[in-house]
Design a protein around this ligand. Structure first.
Ligand code: HEC
Ligand code: HEC
Length: 364
């Protein structure tokens, strides 16, 4: 009797282990070490002393929490940049709980961002036709390097007429304008300065001169505009633009081979001519009906998104602009539209090749 009981206990332990083993992903995400985490958010190598000083000032500004008396609002989402950009540490992204709603109102599709309204002011009033889009705050490490890529190089790598015949086209946002778009999930902002100026106003309601030095934003609260001097925008740009990209964690050549064979690099261009290893071409690509927001964003159609940079993937818990995938393999399988062919090839891979690819992606 005792022996039988002992045995049945053993079996149930074994069954439990088996269940755990089956639900584990093929290649468990190695937890980043404390030393690796500390390495994220450092300034890029080679910044001049004045740039390092501006980086340090911008880092303070990035964590500054504004009050209504200092200009916060009348519409805002958070009081400080760092409330949304602090995962896994300062300068990073954020999780689902901070996902930000943007309301695109046709026919212009101008986006409304700030959803919290100070007492005594009218809340945003989108029309019945307005489209809601949720975005997660992305990590900002390495972004300044995107500004160093010559525009001609970007245009050539987008391959709008599919000259190389790989079935993938792409284009930049604001193609017809003097400066093309590089920042934002849909490439709507041309420069970090414009993005930061808009973020200060849109996310925090701090009117500034970042979007265009000759124009002061007017936000209608009781604090005179601009609510911060231009130097605040400059310092924030020095901080964000000075952040080093996530460091690589070794290499996995077998996985890189799979990456190349699947054609992932048609959009996730491994590096720029000058060797910036961001694994993005910064171009907009059709991602298919599952990604169609139905909201046009300047020249981006509803399902067009900028190829996500693939550096720093091992620090992330969810993927895509709205965190819709919680596992790396799942994220690859969800690619549709012009990336459908690559996703199909991924599904058909052997277990070994899949595992090699995922391991490679986690070294980036
Ligand atoms: C309420 C959350 C929130 C706050 C506060 C916030 N951001 Fe963001 N940030 C986002 C989201 C969401 C995006 C993605 C939006 C998009 O791409 O259209 C983003 C994107 C960015 C990007 C572009 C990233 C890229 O890959 O191109 C920059 C730069 C940036 N934020 C800087 C800042 C700065 C500087 C501040 C403070 C002035 C700030 N953000 C405050 C949520 C926030
Ligand atoms: C046709 C262009 C295209 C191809 C081909 C493509 N991707 Fe992507 N990929 C994208 C775009 C665009 C996004 C961002 C979409 C979004 O944010 O919603 C993305 C996002 C990702 C993400 C999520 C990154 C993040 O920051 O959340 C991963 C991982 C990824 N791709 C891996 C791959 C791999 C591996 C392949 C090859 C099997 C591949 N992609 C092929 C366009 C492409």
């Amino acid at each position: 009797m005792l022996a039988a009981m002992g045995r049945s206990v053993k079996i149930s332990v074994w069954v439990a282990l088996a269940v755990v083993a089956c639900t584990k992903p093929a290649t468990p995400l190695p937890a980043p070490s404390p030393a690796e985490l500390a390495g994220l958010g450092q300034p890029r190598a080679g910044l001049a002393p004045a740039q390092l000083q501006a980086f340090a000032r911008g880092k303070q500004q990035f964590q500054r929490a504004y009050t209504p008396a200092e200009g916060l609002g009348p519409h805002y989402n958070q009081t400080a940049c760092s409330n949304c950009h602090d995962q896994p540490n300062l300068g990073g992204g954020s999780d689902m709980s901070h996902k930000v709603l943007v309301i695109f109102d046709p026919p212009t599709f101008d986006g409304t961002v700030g959803q919290i309204t100070l007492p005594g002011f009218a809340p945003p009033a989108p029309s019945a036709k307005a489209i809601k889009v949720f975005n997660r705050p992305p990590p900002l490490y390495g972004l300044g390097l995107f500004e160093t890529i010559p525009e001609a190089e970007l245009r050539a790598s987008c391959d709008p007429t599919d000259k190389d015949g790989d079935g993938v086209t792409g284009h930049l946002n604001r193609q017809g304008e003097p400066t093309v778009g590089r920042f934002g999930f849909r490439g709507h902002a041309q420069t970090l300065q414009k993005f930061v100026g808009n973020a200060l106003q849109g996310e925090m309601g701090i009117a500034n001169m970042g979007t265009d030095c000759s124009v002061t934003q007017v936000d209608g609260d009781k604090v005179p505009d601009p609510e911060v001097p231009y130097s605040v925008v400059e310092d924030l740009v020095a901080y964000v633009g000075g952040l080093a990209p996530p460091p690589r964690d070794g290499d996995h050549p077998a996985g890189r081979k799979v990456f190349d064979a699947l054609g992932c690099g048609s959009c996730h261009r491994p590096e720029t001519a000058k060797g910036v290893p961001a694994f993005t071409d910064l171009c907009l690509h059709h991602m298919g009906p599952q990604f169609d927001t139905k909201a046009k964003d300047i020249e981006a159609q509803g399902d067009e998104f900028r190829s996500a940079p693939l550096w720093g993937l091992r620090f992330r818990k969810a993927y895509f602009h709205d965190d819709r995938a919680s596992e790396l393999g799942q994220a690859i399988e969800m690619h549709g539209g012009e990336a459908e062919r690559a996703a199909g090839k991924y599904r058909a891979l052997s277990v070994q090749d899949k595992s090699d690819l995922l391991r490679f992606l986690r070294t980036l």
